[in-house]
Design a protein around this ligand. Structure first.
Ligand code: ATP
Length: 302
């Protein structure tokens, strides 16, 4: 049996003349969390819709849970999805909404309370949906996606519009699901929201996959920097030259020199500056965020 929950080869989608997804290649192993990241309009929703059999690709192939995406009926009963926001009846309670969806979908209704507990809505199941916060609504959407007890969970922007606490709740929930063996494929236009829970990342830009691999490997591409500020701003240029002589390239950004160098070079820089009569007001190693690394790779301003 395949160890891959998702595998796509040259997957492409054109809307008329416009290419939404172009020759996408990536794999998602079972039991992992994969973040699907890219700016708005980069083709995430289109890809997810193809994976769920909602639209047909115009090129390429894919398999979900070992079955071709040309035959969604062979895997959809094992997939839970939340695409483009959950749709619920505002006047019904959370529990009533879930019971209704379970009945319509032919899933067991006696699991509703258990699912509400799982998404930390156990004590709010009897409140009307319209009284829920955005985070609660998203969590109810995830509970609905869990109704089929899926092996694969696909969520399109579940953290959209949430405050940091809401994002944290979703993160914890998804991590606990993955720990119990559910494969999670989650899209976001903000890498920072999902980098911490994603074992692997697929990054899209303008319909093309620009990175597909372990989050850890992306982290390894991050170049460490040392930020140094002088008491006398006129010394900045001298500091830059000191770094240059030691083989560390630097640039003056916002009144400080940013050197491309590992953190342990900070002590050497401190000594060299002192010997040159420069007093440092700040000396700190820093690692650019994955977001910065990503945008450096894509050259995207967004
Ligand atoms: P967002 O987060 O804004 O939804 P996305 O990464 O999910 O962005 P898509 O919604 O997949 O991106 O859109 C990719 C491209 O395809 C966009 O340029 C969009 O305008 C275009 N597109 C999407 N759906 C259609 C459609 N039904 N007809 C024509 N063009 C479409």
């Amino acid at each position: 049996m395949s160890t891959l929950a998702i595998s796509v080869t040259d997957l492409s989608k054109k809307y008329g003349e416009q290419t939404a997804v172009s020759h996408a290649n990536f794999e998602v192993p079972f039991g992992t969390v994969c973040g699907f990241v890219g700016p708005n309009g980069s083709g995430k929703t289109t890809t997810m819709r193809m994976l769920l059999g909602l639209i047909s690709p115009t090129g390429g192939t894919g398999t979900i849970l070992g079955q071709s995406i040309n035959h969604p009926e062979r895997y959809l009963n094992r997939v839970g999805a939340m695409i483009e926001g959950p749709a619920f009846y505002p006047a019904l309670t959370g529990a009533e909404n879930l019971r209704l969806l379970a009945t319509l979908g032919g899933f067991a209704t006696d699991q509703v309370q258990g699912l509400l507990d799982r998404v930390s809505l156990g004590d709010r199941g009897d409140s009307k949906y319209k009284t829920y916060s955005l985070g609660m609504k998203q969590r109810l959407g995830i509970a609905a996606a869990l109704l089929p007890n899926p092996q694969l969970l696909m969520l399109d922007e579940p953290t959209n519009g949430l405050d940091p606490a809401g994002i944290q709740e979703i993160r914890e929930l998804l991590r606990s699901l993955a720990n119990k063996g559910t494969t999670v494929f989650i899209s976001s236009h903000l890498l920072s929201e999902i980098e911490m829970i994603s074992d692997s990342l697929v990054m899209l830009r303008k319909g093309k996959v620009i990175f597909a691999g372990k989050t850890h490997d992306l982290l390894m591409r991050q170049q460490p920097v040392i930020v140094a500020k002088c008491s006398d701003p006129q010394d900045l240029q001298k500091l830059l030259e000191i770094g240059d002589r030691s083989g560390h390239e630097g640039a003056i950004i916002n009144g400080a020199v940013h050197f491309l160098a590992p953190s342990d070079w900070a002590a050497t820089l401190n000594k060299l500056s002192f010997d040159a009569g420069i007093t440092l007001a700040q000396l700190s190693p820093a690692l650019p965020s994955l977001e910065d690394t990503f945008f450096e790779m894509t050259g995207d301003e967004e």
